[in-house]
Unconditional design. Structure first.
Length: 283
């Protein structure tokens, strides 16, 4: 099945002007922080479309990645605004990872590590920590355990998806927090859609070698194959034990919806970064 890639829900504006997408239905979890960022709101101007009037402050963007083009000062301010938009406070600690397109996840604790962990999944059961994974085409996946009060965020590009980042991550939630996969809820956020994600034969071969349903993840044209990473990660969630009804789709293709999102591929590599975040409210 090739998933639809249109944004399914309206963007929300936080009080500080930051634009984000929240998961419909998750408001029932009053203990949970979460959100998928857009590039709307913030102070960055490095990725504005050429020709826009740079004297208009409302056009500044929310780049959340420490990229070579943007200033670190801008990114730090954007991250404070993002924390405020999701948690209500600029002071909420944000824990991120150095992403390498792997199948590795780490557990975050309240005390900040000396070095940013190298991984593509991050999880915690400690309240007061906001977790974040960055994307600019890759698929962000948020997972929450309403029973054990544990949360996780995963960054799933094609390599991480082949490496089963989501499946391995949920298995680690079971080990670390006693999570029962049948109790978990998950949300798949904006990423590059099958409408836009053309890949080579070597990528197709890896998926077909790793997954018995691998061939079903590709839409084939005359001379091209397009990969549905959203469907690939939905299948990993259900393979890990989640029910189909517990998986939500925020939707949105990063490549063909530039009014909301950064896209590394569509921009030729000149892109900021969005963030998908989740956390447990401080009691």
């Amino acid at each position: 099945m090739i998933a639809e890639q249109e944004t399914r829900i309206p963007m929300t504006r936080a009080e500080n002007g930051v634009g984000l997408f929240a998961v419909p239905g998750w408001e029932r979890f009053d203990w949970l922080w979460h959100g998928f960022s857009t590039h709307c709101g913030g102070v960055s101007r490095a990725y504005l479309t050429a020709g826009l009037n740079e004297s208009r402050p409302e056009l500044a963007q929310l780049n959340l990645g420490f990229t070579a083009t943007d200033s670190a000062e801008n990114v730090r301010e954007n991250r404070l605004r993002w924390s405020e938009a999701v948690t209500g406070s600029r002071e909420s600690p944000l824990r991120t990872i150095r992403q390498i397109h792997s199948g590795v996840s780490v557990v975050a604790e309240a005390s900040a590590p000396e070095a940013i962990p190298v991984a593509d999944g991050i999880m915690t059961s400690e309240p007061g920590i906001l977790l974040g994974v960055m994307t600019a085409d890759c698929i962000p996946v948020l997972v929450a355990d309403p029973v054990q009060r544990a949360v996780a965020a995963f960054h799933a590009g094609w390599r991480g998806t082949v490496g089963r980042i989501v499946e391995h991550g949920i298995a680690r939630m079971t080990t670390e927090f006693g999570s029962d996969p049948s109790h978990l809820v998950a949300a798949i956020g904006p990423g590059i859609g099958a409408c836009c994600y053309t890949v080579g034969g070597e990528v197709e071969a890896q998926f077909e070698a790793e997954f018995h349903y691998g061939a079903e993840l590709f839409l084939k044209g005359n001379e091209t194959s397009r990969l549905d990473l959203i469907e690939a990660n939905r299948r990993q969630l259900t393979a890990a034990g989640l029910s189909q009804d517990s998986v939500a789709f925020v939707g949105g293709c990063t490549s063909c919806q530039p009014w909301y999102f950064y896209s590394h591929r569509a921009s030729g590599g000149h892109a900021g970064r969005m963030m998908a975040s989740i956390g447990i409210r401080q009691a």
